[in-house]
Design a protein around this ligand. Structure first.
Ligand code: 5AD
Ligand code: SF4
Length: 473
């Protein structure tokens, strides 16, 4: 439930923190500098915008390098072990820095902090970390940060779960023209490899009125594209006082004047409804892209992963979507090396890649996550074998994506201009409705605008194009 009292409390702490940063400024001789380092998914990116919003409001300078910062915040991810290892690596460097710069403050938050073993390690071996909190009490950030500056020793505050959220705190959006919007939190699916349900808690949908109000405010503030975020948006609305489906929510979002594009992430194939396909097909605003994690193409592995669909059901769903929305791009996630996986299982996955013809796929080597059912299996896959299979899958993905990523050459599409191109300051980078990227000549005045672009040539995962005016083609 949205908690207004808590909001008022946190606003008071924001005031108190402003005094802390004033004092820091006097001590340091400059605005205190803070670096927020984000690991992981779009949910974490959105959470970091919330942290940054408060930091900016209370007077931190966020425009700094991690190595120059007076306050370093790591918003962590734990979906695969390499994300955890990266954080420990960074902490090693920070420990040395803190010896030379004792006033340096270090904060850890995010999914990794919801793991008990991590908290035990940090409280025992990383005493130089000043503040640790988790995913459920992020709304208390102002209060926790204030307490950190007041306290002389490490503060650890981790909650098991929460029913509360506080939504109207300041947010510092990374982009002026697009924004993520949380529509639900947590996950109930318990895929047997996945740690997310343990660290993000049970599924909770936000009240649709609150979501619509937030989007209206974003649009008034210049946002033209929103990404509706949830671990499984297709099960949105269950448990609300007046249940509403995800497709119905989308129809309401579509009505918001001034909003040009709607994206969403992520869709679990088992819950994707015909109603959603119909709404997407009719919509002018919902983007022509769906991220539909496959994970595996083998029925046996899918069952052991607790995914609750079969290979053929998945392919039939992808075909149904393509038939209803022919210009849609489908992307996916694939795990290789799940316990007991054989070469034949991977053959099935490759078969799905070929038959669906993905526009892109994120491929991951299975990572054992303590506490998940798959982690206790004895038939963990040999690393060298997993790497070999990974390569086979990657080749299939490249072939499939290469085929679909050149298919639009010669056509004209609207692109939302996102930034100046990394490699050429005379070019800008735009995103098509189907999530493909196009680079074309243009300047920073185009950022945030939707303009027609002719795709002139395909270069692997992106296009080179030319902006046209409406009389030109
Ligand atoms: N090992 C490897 N990949 C994983 N994912 C989730 N858990 C694991 C794991 N234990 C992948 C899934 C998911 C994506 C976000 O991360 O493919 O869709
Ligand atoms: Fe993890 Fe499965 Fe939930 Fe996705 S749907 S977050 S993979 S448990």
């Amino acid at each position: 439930m949205e908690n207004k009292e808590e909001l008022a409390r946190q606003l008071e702490y924001i005031d108190k923190l402003t005094k802390v940063t004033d004092e820091l400024k006097d001590q340091l001789g400059h605005l205190p500098k803070c670096a927020v380092v984000t690991f992981g998914c779009q949910m974490n990116a959105r959470d970091s915008e919330k942290l940054s919003g408060i930091l900016l409001k209370v007077g931190f300078d966020l425009d700094c390098d991690e190595n120059d910062a007076d306050l370093v915040i790591y918003n962590t991810c734990t979906v695969r072990d390499n994300a955890n290892q990266k954080v420990y690596g960074h902490l090693g460097t920070l420990k040395a820095r803190k010896k030379k710069q004792p006033n340096l403050k270090i904060v850890l938050c995010g999914c990794m902090m919801q793991e008990q073993s991590v908290i035990e390690t940090i409280s025992k071996d990383y005493k130089f970390v000043d503040l640790v909190f988790g995913t459920h009490n992020i709304f208390k950030f102002a209060e926790l940060l204030y307490n950190m500056y007041e306290a002389g020793s490490q503060i650890i505050d981790i909650w098991e779960s929460t029913d509360d959220y506080v939504e109207d705190l300041p947010v510092n959006r990374k982009y002026t023209y697009k924004s993520g919007v949380n529509i639900m939190y947590g996950c109930n699916n318990f895929c047997t490899y996945c740690i997310v349900p343990y660290v993000r808690g049970r599924e909770r949908s936000r009240d649709p009125k609150e979501i619509l109000r937030e989007i209206e405010k974003l649009v008034a503030d210049g946002v033209v594209e929103v990404m509706l975020l949830g671990q499984n948006v297709n099960s949105y609305g269950k448990g609300l006082d007046t249940p509403l489906t995800f497709a119905q929510l989308l129809q309401e979002v579509e009505k918001i004047d001034g909003l040009k594009r709607i994206r969403f992430m992520t869709s679990h194939p088992k819950d994707l409804s015909d109603e959603l396909i119909e709404v997407m097909a009719k919509s002018d605003k919902i983007c022509r892209h769906i991220h539909l994690p496959l994970q595996s193409g083998s029925d046996r592995i899918l069952k052991e992963m607790n995914r609750r669909y079969t290979k053929e059901q998945y392919i039939a769903l992808a075909e149904k979507i393509k038939k209803a929305i022919p210009d849609i791009a489908i992307t996916t996630d694939i795990i290789i090396g799940f316990p007991g996986e054989t070469k034949e299982d991977v053959d099935e996955t490759i078969d799905v890649i070929k038959r669906v013809g993905y526009d892109n796929a994120f491929t991951f080597i299975y990572s054992k996550r303590t506490g998940t059912p798959a982690a206790s299996r004895e038939d963990q896959v040999d690393e060298a074998f997993a790497k070999e299979q990974f390569k086979r899958v990657l080749d299939a993905v490249h072939e499939s994506a290469g085929l679909s990523n050149s298919s639009l050459t010669g056509m004209v599409f609207d692109a939302l201009v996102e930034e100046i191109s990394d490699n050429d300051p005379t070019m800008v980078t735009g995103r098509l409705s189907n999530n493909s990227m196009v680079h074309f000549k243009g300047g920073s005045e185009l950022i945030g605008q939707i303009v027609p672009v002719k795709l002139e040539s395909a270069r692997g995962f992106y296009y080179i194009g030319r902006m046209i005016d409406n009389n030109d083609n």
